[in-house]
Each structure stands twice: as structure tokens, then as C-alpha cells.
Design a protein around this ligand. Structure first.
Ligand SMILES: [Zn+2]
Length: 239
């Protein structure tokens, strides 16, 4: 039986559950067995309460469940997703399997399995593409397409967040890199070399592009699985 997982990102507690394709072709959540209010031996009584339409994100409505035993409503997030995110940590199927990306042009930015994740800023930067300086006028945020990229400032901020998560900032502590090595099985020398390059200005490509290139190399060494997503989530909640 599937156990929904109760997760934590900073102070936020949320529930990850599996979704599957229903008989009518819609995508439905599996009702979790436990809600975040359940003590280790507490019994829950969970049913579907409603759905929440998303104008961007995973492309199907999220289920909101209610636990009548603990009088608690909660949203079920599909694998790879965290609350309020426009993109997943790792792109997975609704039931948590890796998505195989088939692309004829393997050099294309879209060919990377990370292109439609919250790390897409890295992939664009690695390809030497800086997002526009200014936002497209007259388009409300909620109406922007799924693959909306944001502005250059956002892209650079995303790269910084990546560097912080992986212990790659100039002032990042050695311990944060040890954690990355332990969790993701990346070699320490790989991280140290990347950190050196990511913080050294040169006559070559601009720093944001160098940072993107190093970040992409690290991402490309990871399996695009639910397991990786969990580990990245752990790193993000500690960063
Ligand atoms: Zn409960």
C-alpha cells in the first residue's frame, strides 16, 4: 500500500502523494493514509474534499483532502513538486516515474531533462542564453505559459540559489558540500572544482554562463528520479 509522504521545506509541511490516470482520462490523486496531523499511531479518516485548478505548473488540478479525524485540510502534491512552485524539482510522471525525454537535437536546450524544472535557469545559462532584461508588458503572471522563463535578474537569482543549495558560493561552508556529496554521491573534488570556476572571473564567457555550465554538469550527473527529487528537496530545506 502506498504511504503518502509528509515533507518539510523550511517551516512548511506538505504532503506528497501519487496521482494516476483515472478511467475517464482525468488525473486523480490516490488518497493518502496519513495527514500531517497524525501522530505515529494516530489513525486518519481521509477523503477528497475538492480540487484546485492550476493555471501553470503540472497541468492538472491538485486534490485537496480532508482528514475528519484530525479536522485538517491539505493539498496533495505530486512527486517532484513543492508548494507554490511554477516548475518541479525533477520532472516525473504523476505516479513518480522518470520521464524519458526524446529529442532529435541533443544539443538543444530543450533536450535537457532539467529544462522544464526549477533548474531551467541553469540550463539556459549553460547554453549562453540570458533571459530578457524586462518582463513582457501586459501579461498577468497567472496567464504566463508553463515554460515562461522570467527575466535576467530572476535567472541570476535562481543560479545563486542553486549555488547555495550545492555549497558552491564563495562563502559556502565545507559542511554543505559534504552533505551534497553524501546525499547525491557527487565527488568532493568535482564540487570544489566547480566552486572555484563559478567564483572566478575570466576573459572568457561571462560569469553567469560559466556558472550555468558548471551547474548543468552537476545536474547531468544526477538521475532524474523521485529519489533525486527527495534528496534535492532535503538539500533545499537545509540551504
Ligand atoms: Zn489525520
Amino acid at each position: 500500500m502506498f504511504m503518502a509522504v509528509i515533507r518539510r521545506l523550511s517551516n512548511r509541511i506538505f504532503v506528497t502523494g501519487l496521482y494516476h490516470v483515472a478511467k475517464d482520462g482525468g488525473i486523480e490523486a490516490k488518497i493518502p493514509e496519513r495527514c500531517p496531523r497524525a501522530e505515529s499511531d494516530g489513525t486518519c479518516g481521509i477523503t477528497k474534499f475538492s480540487t484546485r485548478k492550476r493555471t501553470y505548473g503540472m497541468g492538472y488540478p491538485l486534490w485537496i483532502c480532508i482528514c475528519s479525524n484530525h479536522n485538517y485540510h491539505f493539498t496533495v502534491y505530486p512527486p517532484g513538486w513543492i508548494p507554490f512552485a511554477r516548475n518541479p524539482i525533477v520532472q516525473l510522471t504523476p505516479d513518480g516515474k522518470p520521464i524519458e525525454i526524446v529529442h532529435s537535437d541533443t544539443d538543444s536546450e530543450d533536450a535537457s531533462p532539467w529544462s522544464f524544472t526549477m533548474f531551467k535557469a541553469i540550463i539556459a545559462a549553460a547554453a549562453g542564453r540570458l533571459w530578457p532584461e524586462e518582463k513582457q508588458l501586459g501579461v498577468a503572471d497567472s496567464l504566463l505559459p508553463v515554460n515562461y522563463q522570467g527575466v535576467a535578474r530572476t535567472q541570476k537569482r535562481c543560479i545563486k540559489v542553486f549555488m547555495k543549495t550545492f555549497g558552491l558560493l564563495k562563502n559556502s561552508h565545507h559542511k554543505s558540500r559534504e552533505r551534497v556529496c553524501d546525499l547525491l554521491g557527487i565527488e568532493m573534488t568535482t564540487l570544489q572544482n566547480s566552486r572555484e570556476k563559478m567564483n572566478t572571473r575570466s576573459r572568457g564567457p561571462p560569469l553567469w554562463q560559466v556558472r550555468g555550465g558548471q551547474g548543468k554538469e552537476i545536474l547531468d550527473s544526477l538521475a532524474t528520479s523521485a529519489n533525486t527529487s527527495d534528496k534535492l528537496l532535503q538539500l533545499m530545506s537545509l540551504a
